[in-house]
Ligand binder design. Sequence first.
Ligand code: UDX
Length: 455
Amino acid sequence: MEEVQASFSYKAHVLVLPFHGQGHMNPMLQFSKRLASKGIKITLAATLSATKNMPPQVGSISLEPIYDDLTHGGLDGADGLKGFIDRFQEIGSRNLRDLITKSQSSKYPIKCLVYDANLPWSLDVALGLGIMGAGFFTQSCATIATYVDMIEENSLESKKPLRSLEELGLVNMPDMGSSTGRYPSLMSFLLGHFDNIDKADWVLFNSFDKLEEEVVKNLMKLYEVRTIGPTLPSMYLDKRIEDDKDYGFNLYQSTGDTCINWLSTKERGSVVYVSFGSAARLSAEQMEEVAWALNESDANFLWVVRTSEENKLPSSFKEQISEKGLMVTWSPQLEVLSHEAVGCFVTHCGWNSTVEGVSLGVPMVAMPQFLDQFSDAKFVEEVWEIGVRPKGDDSTGLVSRKTIAECIKQVIQGERGEKIKRNASKWKQLARVALEEGGTSDRNIEEIVAKIVSN
Ligand code: UDX
């Protein structure tokens, strides 16, 4: 009998290009795994510092450094974001062109580029070489809707409550306008994402339809919007993907099992997890208020303070915390949020952290610091009703220790806390359903894969 050689073949080859930043790499890696689970070969192209600790091939995902930020300078170079973006564009676009061109004569030519919306030039490279392009926003649909408003009004600092959200009967967002006005160069960079986005085959969001229903419908009138989230590993949601390993695609050193071992000594729902993400820098005054709020509260706490921020802690603080508190420089956030000991998430409301809190059903205390974090916080408190936002001082914005402690108490205990917990469970369930077979995000991913394959 003739022996049949089992041979696996991919349906198509997709190139994924995240921006350099934990809040960008995480969702795009997870989306890559989703595509890979549907038979797609993935090449993940990122900065050298993001890829250097990873094996060149993990499952059906190959890693390709696209820009050597160690030699040519990274985000924290003297010329800041602008210098980094310009160099990345100049060198990255050459490398991207080479990568796509080289693949054309291989068994699996690249058929589509999924690019981070922070790198709009890469869409031009892809379209110029005749392949498809999908923009990936790492912020919410609501945030993107507000940027579209700003472009229409030709104003970086919209004085009016932003139309797209107010018209929809959602929230009035004066904060958003005032925050964006504080960062004019960052805003013009963000608004530059829209210069060519109408040429993209799809505009993808780490969100799900129910989470931002009206906004998604509205944005669909402008772009081929598809929600493909939440982009947490499948093991936290639908559990349909076996390849759920942590690939170590991290810019920060993880603190290993320290957090989980410590959490395991604490009672269910008794721990407040505090993290302000990878970029926010609190003032020393604000750090002090958070520190004493945590120390004086009845709850246990696990607080992530990045190494670069540690000098802002009150001098005697670390010595004073008893076994009720643990401080780390980086945590395995998903493992932490999904631990039964965690009952509250004090967060800066970066979009990834917000989606992670929603998907894992953790009530939040929302302390936004800049840009989209304000609109995310509004949704947490007013639309999904899964948390509270402590009010800061009218002129300085400083949130006092008393206010923070009261908000934590409200979330963990009492009548409002019960309602918040019920809502958090509801949203957790809806997040899972979106990715289950036939769920809105699952259908969108299937549609994208089918179109790439047939193209
Ligand atoms: C940035 C912006 O701040 C945010 O507003 C924007 O939406 C995306 O880019 P960042 O500040 O890093 O992101 O926040 P966030 O979006 O929440 O992403 C942080 C990621 O790092 C999350 O996926 C989180 O799980 C992870 N993380 C954070 C850890 O794994 N460990 C930590 O200790 C802290």
